[in-house]
Design a protein around this ligand. Sequence first.
Ligand code: NAP
Length: 250
Amino acid sequence: MPNKPVALVTGANQGIGLQIAKDLVGHGFTVLVGARNLANGETAAKSIGADAHAIQLDVTDSKSIAAAADRIAKDYGKLDVLMNNAGISHVGKAGGRMEDVARKSRLSVAPLDEIRAIYDVNVFGVIAVTQAMIPLLRKSSAPRIVNVSSGVGSLARTLGPGGEHLREIFGAYSISKAALNSITVGFAIELEKEGIKVNGACPGFTKTALNNFQGTKTVEEGAREPVRLALLGPDGPTATYSNDEGPLPW
Ligand code: NAP
């Protein structure tokens, strides 16, 4: 079995996840490029290089998750970094101005099915993948879990001074990221005694398909904080929530 540390990045076939995968390869990892569509994962892995390998992983599909865990166990025997990056901001057709998407996803009008579909990926998907990967993380000497959250999940910022924009776009996506933040805390509390560090990162408003490419940061900038948290040393924290400027209020 190879000696390199092994990372799994969910939703790594495009956007911030693809950049995180590239950066982790640059830091000496073997990276499993999670993709619900394997062909897209293969194209992405090829674009990164020999230390990136595609793995079929739909975070809403328990069979897909179990198969990915089996394959990682067989091929690597452990997992050092789990990067829960896969996420959606809305359901249905890609594109559409963010402001329009946000208006339709306000809690007073959003169809429950759509809220559920967002939770399936951003919330239950993270719990399911993490549960499946914990036995493999236990085999690592420096296990790290990073949940790619968002500043929109910060209730304190939303309600605080300067939160006007967050209040304006508050909807299904926001509540899914607030739930994800609770999940970060929950796993961090449970896994701390085993040395598994669990932290949440906000990439910042990044130009990707998720926001119809309206973001202002590059994917290189967006990947910075998740990657920093994946590389935490033994004295690094657990149960934190931050962006590349520092800690965020929950
Ligand atoms: P993106 O380019 O749309 O990438 C999202 C990735 O998640 C894609 O690879 C997508 O796969 C994957 N995905 C969606 N549903 C999935 C499922 N059921 N199973 C597995 N993978 C699935 O968006 P991004 O901006 O890079 O988003 C990455 C993370 O950053 C998300 O968690 C997002 O909430 C977070 N974030 C983004 C921003 C921003 O401004 N962009 C800000 C804060 C937080 P397909 O290619 O098959 O659709």
